[in-house]
Design a protein around this ligand. Structure first.
Ligand code: FAD
Length: 505
């Protein structure tokens, strides 16, 4: 079904809002229309149906609890979803997974998807090259040389202690363990660290490193982004470049992320314990002690509100939009402050279908509005599918839906050819997404130590789960599943205790 999110452009149709996805849920609610359900008290209301919320509804319904999922969009998956165009998935958000990501791998195995992976980047057939846009000139090189230069540049960038940052983050799933070192590197911006090693980089290395780094921080300005976040990713990626590529950018689901999201949702639904309301942004959460009231506002502009009640609420809305919900009693000031400050990643993820099969094995670094891209697959029509990331760095911010001509020019600049035959463009502009206001989380300097522990804390009967404050793979699908499981267990244990004492029947 076609939902509201995402955009698609072809020469024939022009730009169209909304693309088909397996994640769209119709009809949008399974609540009884006679309104009686609204007077029910649920065991748990889960706000948000991304992977954190999906894990929570699945675990809670399997444990026998009566659950309501309230989601602002018309689909599940949140920041991880795939559009399905002519049977082919374009990943609009979270994409790449790996067996070293324990929580997501367990789910892929559980749902029979761990043997249904595909490799994004290939290095055989066609041009088999990497293009580096140096501004006044273009450098072409084989992928072996690309890897050598990228590895050497990235290694210089992260090696702050002569031990490849192992002393800074000795336990990647307990990243704040060495508080002194965290404080030091969290106070640094990504730009500060580039300045520190400037003399050690050749011009090509510097250029490639900057474009590579732009995909870690979602093309945000290096002056706004914490250097500690790079070290954290590096530690998670086994402290080496080869694993960085393997873990971060290589293995994706043949059926697309929405197929995995759907597996969670369908399993929860099969328990007959799940009610849901899509197109229902939550505007207010009032904790009255024994019961929490959750109020939604209809998305159609009618302003119609519904109020639901539960003994516990699990709120999974992303960091950058949490402050928009009116909490009573008010949230702890640090939580609100963190949300209003927000993380910096405002990337646009953008795909192109190109009638140029030789580009399948191409990678490209650019100083244009698209900073980094590579061959990501072959479409059913036999065309090359390339994926790229739109920059939000000063003066370079790409808003594809506002100017498709500029977007097509950015693609041509990235690839370095004016004759490239662009058949289709598909994208999600996360910067303009009202229910995320950003892409994967990338914190500003001095945010990690100050806010992360606070963000994980409960607020009365409201628990907070999110990839944005997970412990291990924070900002990844794996982190969402980790944190959804954490808060679901906590809520489940508490509902069981209430049932034992006859507070909940
Ligand atoms: P979300 O998925 O954001 O879910 C929160 C849900 O809350 C959303 O559905 C939202 O609509 C809903 N919501 C918001 N406000 C309200 C409200 N007021 N009322 C009701 N509902 C509301 N991770 C990887 O592991 N690998 C990758 O390759 C990768 N690439 C990425 C690329 C992009 C472009 C993006 C955007 C993310 C990427 N990530 C990747 C990160 C990963 O997608 C996220 O970390 C993860 O999906 C977040 O899950 P979540 O459930 O915590 O949050």
């Amino acid at each position: 079904d076609t939902g509201r999110d995402g955009f698609q452009w072809t020469k024939e149709t022009g730009l169209q809002a909304g693309v088909p996805s397996l994640g769209v849920i119709l009809p949008p609610s399974n609540l009884p229309s006679d309104d009686t359900a609204n007077s029910d008290t649920f065991d748990v209301i889960v706000v948000g149906g991304g992977y954190t919320g999906l894990t929570a509804i699945r675990d809670l319904t399997l444990a026998g609890h009566k659950v309501l999922l309230v989601e602002a969009r018309d689909r599940i998956g949140g920041r991880s979803w795939s559009s399905n165009i002519d049977g082919y998935p374009y990943e609009m958000g979270g994409t790449w997974v790996h067996w070293n990501q324990p929580f997501v791998w367990r789910e892929l195995f559980r749902y029979g998807l761990s043997t249904k992976l595909e490799i994004s980047m290939v290095t055989e057939g066609g041009l088999n090259k990497c293009f580096v846009d140096m501004g006044t000139r273009r450098v072409e090189m084989g992928h072996d040389k690309e890897d050598l230069l990228s590895e050497s540049a990235l290694t210089k960038y992260v090696d702050v202690d002569g031990h490849l940052a192992r002393t800074v983050i000795p336990f990647p799933h307990d990243p704040l363990y060495n508080k002194e070192a965290v404080a030091r590197y969290d106070a640094m911006t990504m730009a500060d660290r580039l300045d520190e090693i400037a003399d050690e980089l050749t011009p090509v290395e510097r250029n490639m490193l900057e474009q590579f780094l732009s995909i870690t921080c979602g093309s945000s300005r290096f002056e706004d982004a914490s250097f500690f976040e790079v070290l954290r990713w590096w530690a998670l990626m086994n402290y080496n470049y080869t694993d960085f590529i393997a873990l971060g950018l290589t293995y994706k689901l043949r059926a697309g992320q929405s197929a995995l999201a759907r597996s969670f949702f369908d399993e929860a639904l099969a328990t007959e314990k799940l009610r849901y309301a899509f197109d229902s942004p939550v505007s207010k959460i009032v904790d009255q002690g024994g019961v929490v009231e959750v109020t939604t506002t209809a998305r159609d502009g009618s302003g119609t509100a519904a109020t639901f009640r539960a003994h516990r609420v699990i709120c999974t809305v992303p960091l950058n939009v949490l402050y928009k919900i009116d909490f009573s009693p008010p949230l702890a000031p640090l939580k609100t402050e963190a949300s209003k400050l927000g993380h910096v990643n405002q990337v646009t993820k953008i795909h192109a279908e190109l009638a140029n099969p030789e580009l399948r094995s191409v990678g490209a670094f650019s100083l244009g509005k698209l900073t980094y891209g590579f061959g990501d697959g072959t479409t059913p029509a036999g065309n090359t599918h390339m994926v790229a990331f739109g920059s939000s760095q000063a003066g370079r911010h790409l808003q594809p839906e506002e100017d498709m001509e500029e977007t097509l020019r950015a693609w041509r600049r990235l690839i370095g050819r004016d004759d490239v035959d662009i058949r289709r463009v598909v994208f999600h502009n996360w910067h303009k997404d009202e229910f995320a206001q950003g892409a994967w989380e990338w914190l500003r300097p001095n945010m990690s130590l100050k806010y992360l522990d606070e963000l994980r804390k409960r607020h009365g009967n409201v628990l907070f789960g999110s990839a944005d404050w997970a412990l291990g793979w924070r900002a990844f699908i794996d982190g969402a599943i980790e944190d959804g499981g954490r808060v679901a267990k906590e809520a489940s244990d508490e509902i069981r205790a209430l049932r034992r004492s006859n507070v909940v029947v």
